[in-house]
Design a protein around this ligand. Sequence first.
Ligand code: 4AD
Length: 458
Amino acid sequence: MKHTDIREILTADKYVGKEVTVCGWVRTARDSKNVAFLALNDGTSLNHLQIVIDKQALNDVSPEAMKLGASVKVTGEVVNNERNNTNEINAKEITVLGKCPADYPLQKKFQKLETLREMPHIRVRTNTFNAVFRVRSVIAAAIHRFFQEKGYVYINTPLITASDCEGAGEMFQVTTIGYSDKYDNADDYYRDDFFGKKAALSVSGQLEGEVAAMGLGKIYTFGPSFRAENSNTQRHVAEFWHIEPEVAFAELDDVIELAEEMIKYIIRDYIEKCPEELKFFEERFEKGLTEKLMSVINSDFEIVDYTDAIELLKKADVKFEFPVEWGCDLQSEHERYITEQVYNKPVFLINYPKAIKSFYMKQNPDGKTVAATDLLVPGVGEIIGGSEREADYDKLLAAMKEREMSTEGYEFYLDLRKFGSVPHGGFGLGFERIIMYCTGMANIRDVILYPRTVGNIK
Ligand code: 4AD
């Protein structure tokens, strides 16, 4: 269907005086005796295009074109409205493409985010979700560009796997055998299943990412990861998009440097490419968002040792719900205290106790901690988890034994330490978490098209 994007018409002088055809959905309609107005949006801009209908000249417009949510095609002349210096169209012909009955759910100008969550197929027609998804797209492109410019190879790791990367047992099983009382034990059941063994959706592409990095040197992945964790929070979904670079010949410092450089690149690109969206989020969702993002670009992130963070938390003049002791896993309230109250900027926490971290992390010489890092940011908490990897075969095997892990399914992973092992590391960035940080959206369910959470698969 030949037509011009509304974004173009609104911004370019070259259309003034020309006849164009636009398509879109009716966002508002106003009717009076001699003239009627439609505000039309085709998704290409947060701003609507005003269609002016001179009823004397155009008297056969269908009443269906004046209904909220109807889709129409309009041909007419572009004129500049001097009052607000925007382009609008004097309609010559209006065709209704799709009628929209009165039970269209977006009748009110502003709807609660909770209400919109109940209709993911409709909420994309609001300005909020238009802005969210445009920013998602711009940031995804920025991430690819960042890694491509630095010579990283984009790798697609398998989504179906026989190994649990994080060892947390939070995996969704993949099976073609439904409910069955045919089997006496699990082994017989898995043997009969599609892969002949237990399979699951991957929680992370890291292990295979390491395989690729051991041949290609520098790689990154950008794909979905799945977590069957039963945490009904504002920051967790069961299916999220995960960016995981993996670098050979790298130590923890290099991993941290890469992560900081990437975050700053993403934010700089976002500020440059999405000024309208940023203004929208600033006005509607987070006062001071622009200033916050500018200060991220212009400041050095803090690096804090886990042990020092525990001391800070113990001294804090705050009553935490969860008690703090060396060795404890930090809760969201602790992370937020450190990044929001103490430093008010992004903080890399490093050197966590080995008992609370994954088997693959490089063991530090103190015998108690691992060379791990989480990046915590104000408002969202953890957005990145990463580490230097254990490159020593014996130490890795010992760490697996300590956790009572079977080596079955991890032979390839151990092989990497057998054949020309090198210091290496990487991290995982939660895509939805960085979108939350950049937009000020407080709930992860509002930055992904179809949020998958416990008990919800709409
Ligand atoms: O800290 P995580 O579990 O680390 C890993 O998966 C490593 N294998 C990454 C690596 O080193 N290659 O997860 C990494 C990030 C988290 O910091 C968070 O941003 C995001 O993934 N994430 C989630 N995002 C949304 N919903 C969930 N349930 C998430 N779980 C993790």
